[in-house]
Design a protein around this ligand. Sequence first.
Ligand code: NOJ
Length: 707
Amino acid sequence: MNIENKLAAMTIDEKVGQLVQLAPFFYVKDIQQQIFGHVRDLGISEERIYRTGSVLGIGSAKEMIEVQKTYLEQSTAKIPLLFMADIIHGYETIFPVPLALASSFNPDLAFKVARISAIEASTAGIHVTFSPMADIARDPRWGRVVESFGEDPYLNYVFAYNMTEGYQNDGIEKDGNLVSCVKHVAAYGKSEAGRDYNTVDLSRLSLLNDHLDGYKGSIDAGARMAMTSFNTVDYVPATVNKDLLDGVLRGILGFDGVTISDYDSLNQVIAHGVAQDSKEAAKLGLEAGLDIEMASTCYIKHVKSLIEQGKLDMKRLDEAVLRVLKLKDQVGLFENPYKGANEELEKACVGSKAHMDQALTVALECPVLLKNRQGVLPIKGKRIALIGSHAKTKDTNGPWSWRGKAAINTALDRALKQEGMDVVSAEDRWEERSDLANCDVIVLAIGEHSDESGEAHSKAGIGLKHEDVLWYQYAKSFEKPLVVIIYAGRPLVIEEILAADAIMWAWFLGSKGNEALAKLIKGEVSPSGKLPMSMPRHQGQIPIYYNHLKTGRPKKGANDQNPFVSFYLDVENEPRFPFGFGLSYASFTYENLTLSKRLMDPSDRLVISVDVRNESPVAGMETVQLYLQDEYARIARPVKQLKRFQKIRFAGHETKTITFSITLADLTYRDASGRSIYDTGTFRVMVGSNARDCLVETFELEEGRNT
Ligand code: NOJ
């Protein structure tokens, strides 16, 4: 298809239409679609509806075919619609929420999740998924931490990369693959006070060094689309921020695909006070390099008159339309407007047994074991009393699982019984019960419900619910071994229940979440999740993340008596559980941290090795983490930064030597212009089981060693 010729033959109206995205019910009236955001009458004529470019959300192959057919019959340009949707952690087979997936520290699983999501969703004729969300999330009050890969830029990079690879796989032209739209550019996760859609204000260096890596991961993997964020960057809404879209996204990150606004975010530039009206918003959007406008009508109403009045250069419109047409061409829509939609395949593969089995495999690696006193877990041959608000929960899908059916999930009590465990009682309603005296171990299941996190679901308080604390106190009063399972879409402050014998963080693990938990509780598999966000002791510590900058007055250890250092009077600085923390039924020790050289030239490769030993007879997996610190540079640098990790399987009592290799690229950072620079001098190498417990060595980076 010659796209340039196609463009040349289009009227301005037809061109503008390509930049408009509407919901399916605009085209076919009786379609009932769940659309997220403000659905309202957009006030556009029928004629214009059949001159739009893409669709947000579709429910099935049948619907897609109907919408596309109706559209093509009515439209003058006859350029097929592109269908986009939020396939975030599975289509109908629901996988762990992204924050849980990141806890697996297993990027292959991210690939797998994206693959199966793509295979299922593409049968419904969906071509683009608004995933991954690669926003750095350091404030657990923000509801969308659940959709993120957590607080660390490198972890975000790796997971975003693998998700995009999984979606796009061997080419977006092939059936069974989706275009990946990375979001939300940029720094949406920095919403002030953790309140969704709130102001974002951050330094240029923090934007470039902390917040871009996640998006970069997707872009490096070839993401063909990027979504702008609702927030401002440098006081300008991201959706119309030319410096951000042209300079940072297309310039520094080298993105050459299609940009799309978030839901109504072009129109919301007016509410930001940066455009007087929708006409000005349209002008700002196109000039900034925003291609598609999602769910508002600034472009469709005003771009033509802006061009006719000489207020907007036609070139900007043509560039945007060309990018959209190119994407449609790459997807293969000109050859087959119904690309992907396949009712037979849809029936056979959506939510299939094979996919559900994969959902179980993934879910097994995501829960995080935070405590396990005297091996109370796994529970073998004991009578269990299962109590708590979540004792019979099926609510394991989490937010953004609009196609997932929680009703088909297995309830926790059933899942335990299915594993042959002796559950003598299961009670999810609060009342005093004497039969707890007849069990050997109490399993208390508490926490959040899936509607307590996600978009527009932020919380000011992230403590445990009063009801859950009461459950805990009641359970504790029986003086039996006590295992607490916490379902959650974010880290919570759990000080009141810390004296439990075991604590398992269950997140929202998807369609097979409870089956996975049951297998872990029984000990069929050993837990291997690690925290992708620091778990605070107190809400007042937020934002809390391990890779903060150095301060001029650091507190030097717990015994530092100097009162003029950075500390709280009422709580320690350190989180309750650090980033990267998570236990196994196996137990690992680290020794012999060795560097291949102490003096490194910028052209060198440095090899770092460490011996990791499983001290227990139980098999398990450990994520070995490598952190670096640039001790002295032109600007303050983080106290440590994750640079590599490897998740390794160990047999009982096995020792393995793990090696990492790093190059200069791992020692650089961005200056304010986005250039990668480095400083010579001392670097600390830290290798361990989490961000707190590491062995330490140092090396010097010295110019000219090899010349
Ligand atoms: C708003 C959300 O911010 C975004 O993540 C999502 O992709 C769009 N709505 C479309 O549903």
